[in-house]
Design a protein around this ligand. Structure first.
Ligand code: SF4
Ligand code: SF4
Length: 140
């Protein structure tokens, strides 16, 4: 029997517009991200934060280039570190903080045209948890 349950595809379809790579939105990088990106671009992981990050409180975030986009964003190629992009970028928009409040999803959708609005909160909670689990399993 066909299910009417919404899936991630029903609520998000990335338009590759690059808006999420623009401006100081705070693309946090974890220790694993730093190691993976350093390996990929052949950089020294010990100086990665100094060279490619700014600090947001105590946490490093990817810095911006002169065009106010992520240092790894290219207007033609989009993300130049796509295979090793930070966890946050891989997970977007299925991240737990975004469903902390029912209204967060629609607010974020104002700056991410791939996110569909007016999704029932229960569906958001279920899909975000499912997608996070899938991503985490794929990275093990
Ligand atoms: S802002 Fe949204 S739709 Fe645009 S590239 Fe980023 S994730 Fe995709
Ligand atoms: S790492 Fe890639 S996907 Fe993430 S903000 Fe930078 S350019 Fe965008």
């Amino acid at each position: 029997m066909a299910s009417n349950e919404k899936t991630s595809r029903d609520i998000f379809d990335c338009r590759l517009c690059g808006q999420c790579c623009t401006g100081f939105g705070g693309t946090y990088v974890t220790g694993t991200d730093i190691k993976n990106i350093s390996d990929f671009i052949k950089a020294d992981p010990d100086s990665f934060v100094d060279t490619y990050c700014d600090m947001s409180g105590t946490r490093p975030v990817l810095t911006l280039n002169d065009h106010e986009t992520c240092i790894f964003f290219d207007p033609e190629k989009q993300c130049t570190i796509h295979p090793v992009k930070p966890y946050m970028c891989k997970a977007w928009p299925f991240i737990k903080t975004i469903i902390k409040n029912p209204e967060n999803w629609d607010i974020m959708a104002n700056s991410c045209p791939g996110m569909k609005k007016q999704i029932p909160y229960k569906d958001l909670q279920r899909i975000v948890a499912l997608e996070k689990e899938k991503l985490d399993n794929s990275l093990k």
